[in-house]
Write a protein that binds this ligand. Structure first.
Ligand code: KIV
Length: 291
């Protein structure tokens, strides 16, 4: 039996709306805590994080699980998509997020190339994320085609989060990033993929950029939590790339992105005032100098 297939009876998922806070304060949140929250109808949040300081802030804010995503390729390393980032580049970021948190569950993304070769590669790299990085779980993209990997990891005691819908590592077969996935017949395929991941032992599944109605159907069909990003309001949890959520990214953003702050504006203003004060010799003043 896989990590995601071991609990919960026949109650309808999330049928009891609850705001109960039964989250641990003195230990890391586990996949069982996430599942229990979903069982009691509580919606929980995830964000990406790639460094110690943001990880600590997000944990303090009540974000229950942090994803050290392969979006680090774009958000941290400046690549145009997620394909180039490697295990060796990601592990220091996983370590930083783990060091910056005490209670959040840390999920480490398996980057492109680290699990596609097969279950043995997936196991070796997932073990690195747990042993070297200190993560508690890993995430990978795909449905039926990654079932052997998910089975192998869960059998080895490694919790696996699936990822369906828009799977950015497949940018080259998707022919660019067509945003919304799962329309028409593709929705049935996605539902079958989600069931396959659950059957293989995944403890949760990310649903990215799919119609809200499909998000609802998948969430109702699975016992494990669904984590939506552009998948509508019916998912059991939500995740966003933190730079999108906090308004640090610029340009045209997907429809589902809601900016909760203008971090880009605040940072730009601070940096501009610093530059001006240095140029005008107002910084450093006496108050910021040693006697
Ligand atoms: O890598 C990532 O940040 C992700 C999220 C977009 C879910 O996979």
């Amino acid at each position: 039996m896989g990590a995601g297939a071991d609990h919960r009876g026949g109650d309808q998922k999330g049928s009891v709306m609850s705001t109960t806070t039964a989250w641990p304060a003195d230990r890391r949140i586990t996949i069982r805590d996430l599942r229990a929250a979903t069982d009691r109808g509580e919606r929980w949040s995830m964000l990406t994080s790639y460094d110690t300081l943001t990880a600590g802030v997000f944990e303090q804010a009540g974000v229950r699980a942090l994803l050290v995503g392969d979006t680090s390729a774009e958000m941290v390393l400046g690549y145009g998509d997620t394909v180039p980032v490697t295990m060796d580049q990601m592990i220091p970021m996983v370590q930083a997020v783990v060091r910056g948190t005490r209670t959040a569950l840390v999920v480490a993304d398996l980057p492109f190339g680290s699990y596609q070769p097969g279950p043995a590669a997936a196991l070796a790299n997932a073990v690195r994320h747990l042993k070297e990085g200190g993560a508690q779980a890993v995430k990978l993209e795909g449905g039926h085609r990654v079932v052997p990997q998910v089975e192998t990891l869960t059998a080895a005691g490694i919790p696996v989060m699936g990822h369906l819908g828009l799977t950015p590592q497949s940018v080259n077969v998707l022919g660019g990033m067509r945003r919304v996935q799962g329309r028409g017949d593709a929705g049935e395929q996605l539902l079958a993929d989600a069931r396959a991941l659950e059957g293989a032992g995944a403890f949760a599944v990310v649903l990215e950029s799919i119609p809200a109605e499909l998000g609802r159907r998948v969430s109702a069909a699975l016992r494990i939590p669904t984590v939506g990003i552009g998948a509508g309001p019916h998912c059991d949890a939500q995740i966003m790339v933190w730079q999108d959520m906090a308004g640090l990214t610029a340009g045209r953003l997907p429809r589902f992105v809601k900016r909760y702050a203008d971090t880009r504006g605040a940072l730009l203003d601070a940096a501009r005032r610093y530059v001006t004060e240095v140029a005008s010799q107002r910084y450093p003043d006496q108050a910021h100098s040693y006697t």
